[in-house]
Design a protein around this ligand. Structure first.
Ligand code: F6P
Length: 336
């Protein structure tokens, strides 16, 4: 790779995540500080292919650090799953004079970055997804803000559940990953939580636990369900997917405790990024540009413990995310 890159492109792709703006700002400012031009590409890989981009100045990225969402807009781009799409992306980079690309997003976006890398455009991935489901990194930008949003919302549900001696069944995001569900279960003292990584049994994991705690005098309950569970499980009464409302009805029928379902939904994706997300996004954005300046491309910036580091994009995408089994044990043992 040519070490003297003159222009970096940056885009945000896939589901937005609080802190994406902080990453865009850090990439832009670090590049400009080092005499490298930056092209902000709008609407992810769609904008790359159509040339929807502009040069970013220092002031273009002012006032975005504390804002959720992404000033570059985001999109999922099925066309970039095809070779023709990636070829278009490569040609667009050549046309715009983009020597290297920074992609802020999740696994899907990194697959696009990998394919573009294989065509000779050096790419760096910055992990941004509230799901925290990227195996290569212990932490993805947006997760901390999202989990704090979830916890604040469940705190409110707890107030009303307590007043009415009810059970709140709460569906949280996490398509294939139970990290939001697991940690919010700990933060909110949920009696039970269901995650896509662990096979569950409603009788054993919810009903029996509720009966036991009813016996110790508890009268209100929080049950947390990751959306991946509700989408994936066809085994409950025929082949209809499970959802929070069906679980709530089942709980009410089996335990006699009145139950209500709440889907927190896209609220989890918005809001001003937490301090943690702003710091990590700033560090990762800075790190991404430093890699490119050293002539290193085709990497995913990662977080291991409190260290920012990087991994080969092909290797990173082959890794498999697992749930923290010790934390699962903690959650289960203190929810009695
Ligand atoms: O990947 C983040 C995420 O919020 C998932 O938790 C969720 O399944 C998905 O995005 C929702 O995507 P969309 O914004 O397309 O509805």
């Amino acid at each position: 790779m040519d070490h003297k890159i003159k222009t970096i492109g940056i885009l945000t792709s896939g589901g937005d995540a609080p802190g994406m703006n902080a990453a865009v700002r850090a990439v832009t400012r670090t590049a400009l500080f080092n005499g490298i031009n930056v092209k902000g590409i709008y609407k992810g890989f769609n904008g790359l292919m159509s040339g929807n981009m502009k040069n970013l100045t220092l002031r273009d990225v002012s006032g975005i650090l504390e804002r959720g969402g992404t000033c570059l807009y985001s999109a999922r781009c099925p066309e970039f799953n095809s070779d023709e799409g990636v070829e278009k992306g490569k040609l667009a980079c050549q046309k715009a004079g983009i020597d290297a690309l920074v992609v802020c997003g999740g696994d899907g976006s990194f697959r696009g970055a990998r394919d573009l890398s294989l065509k000779g455009v050096p790419c760096i991935g910055i992990p941004c997804t509230i799901d925290n489901d990227i195996a290569a990194t212990e932490y993805s930008i947006g997760y901390d803000t999202a989990i704090n949003t979830v916890v604040k919302n469940i705190d409110k549900l707890r107030d009303t559940s307590q007043s009415h001696d009810r059970c709140s069944v709460v569906e949280v995001m996490g398509r294939n990953c139970g990290d939001i569900a697991l940690r919010s279960a700990i933060c909110d003292g949920a009696v039970s939580f269901l995650v896509p990584e662990i096979e569950y049994d409603l009788e054993r994991d919810i009903i029996n636990k509720m009966r036991t705690t009813l016996g110790t005098g508890k009268s209100h309950f929080i049950v947390i369900v990751a959306e991946g569970v509700t989408q994936a499980d066809p085994k409950f009464e025929g082949d209809e997917p499970m959802d929070a409302a069906r679980i709530a009805a089942y709980i009410q029928e089996k335990t006699g405790v009145e139950a209500r379902a709440t889907v927190i939904g896209h609220v989890q994706r918005g809001g001003s990024p937490s301090a943690r997300d702003r710091v990590i996004a700033s560090e990762m954005g800075h790190y991404a540009v430093e890699l490119l300046m050293k002539g290193i491309g085709n990497r995913i910036v990662t977080r291991q413990g409190s260290t920012t580091t990087d991994v080969d994009i092909l290797e990173g995408l082959k890794m498999e995310k697992t749930i923290d089994i010790n934390l699962v044990r903690v959650a289960n043992e203190i929810s009695i």
